[in-house]
Design a protein around this ligand. Sequence first.
Ligand SMILES: [Mn+2]
Length: 323
Amino acid sequence: VKQRIVELLRSRNRFAIFSHVDPDGDALGSALGLSALLEAMGKRTEVFVPGPIPRIYRFLPGAPDIHTQAQARSIEGDAMIVLDATSLSRIGPFEELISREACLVNIDHHSDNTRFGDMHWVEPEACATALLIVELAREGGFEIPRSAAACLYVGILTDTGRFTFSNTGARALETAAKLVDLGADPHELATKVYARASAASTLLLGRVLATLELHEEGRIACLHATNGMMLETGTLPEDADGFSTFARSIEGVKVGIFFREAPDGAIKVSFRSNEGVEIDGVAGQFGGGGHPRASGARVSGPIEEAKENVLRAVAEHLRSTAL
Ligand SMILES: [Mn+2]
């Protein structure tokens, strides 16, 4: 299928590229990277990602041109390419607008991908969708311009947790090195993504860390952020992106959970697990999903009730895996 996608990229001229709601570095990096790559081949592209685009990613080449809101028109093109999205509904309002005549291509690395589309390339072993884009370019002999290299590097950097998650291997590092050869600057990009926290978000982190609770003899760690905390610190939900890592990074913890209240009162739950525990099944019990060791779900509030229900399910899961 990789070869067929390469052929499609080579032969068609107008592409609409989509990625998922609540976009992360891989959603944006893979979409903008593919767009820059195709534009360098003389093709026309448009990128559609349901907004808002987190502040830390707005520096990415092409980010200002992303369509973040659905317009009252259908989306035309020779091919519709959906990246990093487990199902078509993840592209939000754009799902209704995509041209039904165009070839629908699904490129992703989530194991629970629904395999939608006329062509699908789903590779759960890949650390990031951005890595698959690099491999498509390699397969087709397409040149990766510097702007695309930067976007694709950020996709790999963020989906591997700065090259620390269990999906970090030779393939991820070799691909990243190739992107560095093509002009991606590791220090500059890491600084832009990780070292531009606002004072407000650092204050929020302090408040969130103070909510730490340990359960099941220290095998589960929980953190939470309420709308009240965000109001008091003047932060947005996106300012808490990545806080789940702090729950997982405690010695002895098998599962770290981060609960974040959304403006509408729903609770976004992020699950992170350590060696030997797969947590996506528990996220699935709550209608979510993701990767074996990093997944998420949205549950209804209030936050105390959400915590109780989720904790019970995670504790049961840990007992059943006899850890
Ligand atoms: Mn991804």
